[in-house]
Design a protein around this ligand. Sequence first.
Ligand code: ADP
Ligand code: MG
Length: 240
Amino acid sequence: MIRVSNLHKEFGNTHVLKGIDIHIKKGEIVVIIGPSGSGKSTFLRCLNLLEQPSRGEIIFEGISITDKNNDINKQRQKMGMVFQQFNLFPHMTVLDNITLAPRKVKKVNKEEAEKVAFDLLRRIGLENKAYSYPNQLSGGQKQRIAIARALAMSPDVILFDEPTSALDPEMVGEVLDVMKELASEGMTMIIVTHEMGFAREVANRVVFMDEGKIIEQGHPKEIFNNPQHPRTKDFLRKVL
Ligand code: ADP
Ligand code: MG
């Protein structure tokens, strides 16, 4: 589904991504771990072109999205993104947050978009919040809405950037539960997280990044029980 070759990203003199190569298959759950500042967010943001890669190629469903001659907007619509800070539109109701992109980008009519939104709200148990504003919701509720908003575009893959890091501990579980359900339904997911228990349980593959490179990757059992690289060992010693 996604093929990344020799991806580099520089901000001025800061070389943040130093040649990332990875293939991601349909239905795979890939968890990315690594120290703060290792380039995890930049990598996700390059994948959906929130950041322009400096070098390298990203092929998504057979189409090179780093080739400026291709229509990347269609491709981008198929990539959902969930952020640490939710990024809901504060002046809009939950329903409008969820229906905005389908209506504006996909030109779905209001009635149909709202029907889909209510189906999604029902799935995450927040149907009664349709007419609330983000500031009337808990962090866990906001993040579940952000996931519903991503799902409303029927993406083929969802990128999650530390989706539970801004939450109070008692709300982490409800967000991870929604993500587990998506995983069990076959959604392709790329998840940056420090939730090692979740990674162990749900990931098909764990990727350890440090200083802009993939240092080691493998099945969660291999990475957590038998890390090979000293930097992976060192990182896991600190977080487990
Ligand atoms: P992580 O998500 O692993 O913590 P990031 O991808 O956020 O790492 O950041 C990696 C490095 O890139 C950091 O040194 C950060 O300061 C730098 N960086 C990220 N975004 C920008 C930017 N827009 N401009 C300049 N430097 C940036
Ligand atoms: Mg980050």
